[in-house]
Design a protein around this ligand. Structure first.
Ligand SMILES: *Cc1c(COP(=O)(O)O)cnc(C)c1O
Length: 371
């Protein structure tokens, strides 16, 4: 990989292709026709990626990291007068949504699940039946804290049957796992530039029905994170952002979308990530590392591994792998000691095999990990 001393096995920012990075060599004028056209094409492509029913849907791009877009949705979608948000959480990103809502003084109900258990649609249904004040339901698709998948389609169906609005943080799954927002009944889907589309950081995006965005008019608790106003400006002025946009990131994202298409779309990308993930888990098991999440709930996005024993020194493991050309992630689970390895980005089974060889080497040197 050109100019890169290591590959990132982290769930965003992640390793991007040389071609994605190279298109950032040009400076752009934000109101020039060519740039606006680029933005409009990206918005169209995102809608097409998100559903076969693209006529009714629209995409809004928002500056900042993914959390800024989550905050924009939470702060714009729920009416100021009457509204209560149910957040089902089994990890740090779900809990972050609850924190955003409470900072915005939005009434919240929290369904707290264990970090190694998926959110149960039945539990959601029970809460919704008990508390008719709830108007909106938010859930994370792939909880990147652990790599666990939540049954978003079933959850959204339950919520919609009871007349609720659905918000899905698909930050780490969109582009890497097939989703159809129309079929799954997701009212607002959130993702960002530096996850499975394999772009660089700088903006997030929302996919929703046009009428869903129009319904946000006048509800925003923030000027810069006003989802409706951002959309309105992009629509009215054909791709214009209200405030300075991350131009180089936008151009790189366009290239990343083309490369996703070239790979064969989300279906093929998902296959590669699945291959990376299953290869990793199988080989790690042979060395003595156990995955934290059961296989049937595990996403192809990121894998949490338990420390093999009490003497395991993550810092030394991390440094060793970094020198070998791999950057991994510390754990984020609250109750047990884990570390994480991302399976997404410009990463192929050959890379996983090389990583596993380095981990074997570490185990042999340290002699600490036994089968
Ligand atoms: C990456 C991620 C986010 C956003 O994180 P930022 O650091 O703000 O980009 C939100 N939710 C999930 C599930 C994520 O994986």
């Amino acid at each position: 990989m050109m100019n890169n001393p290591y590959i990132l096995l982290t769930p965003g920012p992640l390793s991007t292709s040389d071609t994605v990075r190279s298109v950032m060599q040009k400076d752009w004028c934000t109101w020039d026709e060519e740039y606006l056209q680029l933005v409009q094409t990206i918005r169209q492509k995102l809608v097409i990626l998100a559903t076969h029913q693209h006529i009714d849907y629209t995409a809004v791009l928002m500056q900042g990291s993914g959390t800024f877009t989550v905050e924009s949705v939470i702060g714009s979608v729920i009416p100021k007068e009457k509204g209560k948000l149910l957040i089902a959480t089994n990890g740090a990103y779900g809990t972050r949504i609850a924190k955003i809502a409470s900072m915005l003084n939005i009434p919240v109900a929290v369904l707290q699940e264990k970090e190694n258990e998926s959110i149960s649609p039945k539990d959601i249904e029970n809460i919704l039946l008990e508390d008719p004040d709830i108007t909106h339901v938010a859930v994370v698709h792939c909880e990147t804290t652990t790599g666990i998948l939540n049954p978003v389609e079933e959850i959204c169906h339950v919520a919609k049957n009871l007349g609720k609005v659905t918000i899905v943080d698909a930050m780490s799954s969109f582009g890497g796992i097939e989703i159809d927002v129309h079929e799954w009944q997701i009212d607002y889907l959130i993702s960002s530039s530096n996850k499975c589309i394999q772009g660089v950081p700088g903006f997030g995006f929302v996919i929703a029905k046009r009428e869903g965005i129009e319904a946000c008019k006048g509800h925003a608790r923030s000027l810069s994170l006003d989802l409706y106003d951002q959309w309105y400006t992009m629509e009215k002025f054909y791709g214009k952002w209200r405030f300075t946009s991350p131009t180089h990131t936008v151009r790189a994202f366009y290239q990343a979308l083309l490369e996703l298409e070239k790979e064969g779309g989300v279906h093929e990308r998902n296959k590669r990530y699945e291959e990376n993930q299953t290869l990793l888990v199988d080989e790690m098991k042979k060395i003595g590392f156990q995955a934290f999440i059961d296989r049937n709930r595990q996403s192809p996005i990121i894998t949490s591994f338990l420390y093999p024993d009490d003497h395991f020194d993550f810092q030394s493991f991390y440094q060793f792998l970094k020198e070998k050309g791999f950057v991994i992630y510390p754990g984020k689970v609250s109750e047990v000691q884990t570390f994480r390895i991302g399976n997404i980005g410009e990463v192929y089974p050959e890379d996983i095999n090389k990583l596993v060889d380095s981990i074997k080497e570490y185990s042999t040197i340290k002699g600490a990990i036994t089968l």
